[in-house]
Design a protein. Structure first.
Length: 135
């Protein structure tokens, strides 16, 4: 591999890990602040739009990280697992919207969001470590 390809690969893998960690932090901030101010759900609708934007960038960068780490199966598998888990963040409200509306008062939905995004972030960090170690 040439040095330009190495740099591009390192950029995409590092960028994906960075953006999914930023996404996790944004979800943490969203859940903490929305729980502290109970009547501010309308004000936080702009935050959810921003989270969707970060999620879209995360998805695109995940595809790039997977493509550029394709030769290193161990790192690639961690990035794929991270992407699949991150997709649950977007698919759970689609399939379980009725259950989420029924449990709005409890912290179950908040806990599930934090666990899903935290797991995806940790898997991408492990994938980044494996990629740098074997590259």
């Amino acid at each position: 591999m040439s040095t330009i390809q190495d740099r591009v690969s390192l950029f995409f893998v590092g960028f994906y890990t960075w953006i999914i960690t930023v996404f996790f932090g944004a979800v943490l901030l969203d859940t903490v602040y929305s729980n502290l101010v109970p009547g501010a759900t309308i004000a936080f609708s702009e935050v959810s739009d921003f989270l969707l934007l970060i999620g879209g960038v995360t998805f695109i960068s995940a595809l790039g990280a997977i493509a550029f780490s394709w030769k290193l199966s161990l790192a690639r598998n961690y990035f794929i697992a991270s992407l699949v888990i991150m997709l649950f963040e977007f698919l759970i409200p689609v399939f379980f919207s009725q259950s989420i509306n029924n449990t709005q008062g409890s912290g179950l939905t908040t806990t599930i969001r934090i666990i899903i995004n935290g797991t995806a972030s940790i898997l991408s960090l492990i994938g980044l470590h494996k990629f740098y170690r074997h590259n």
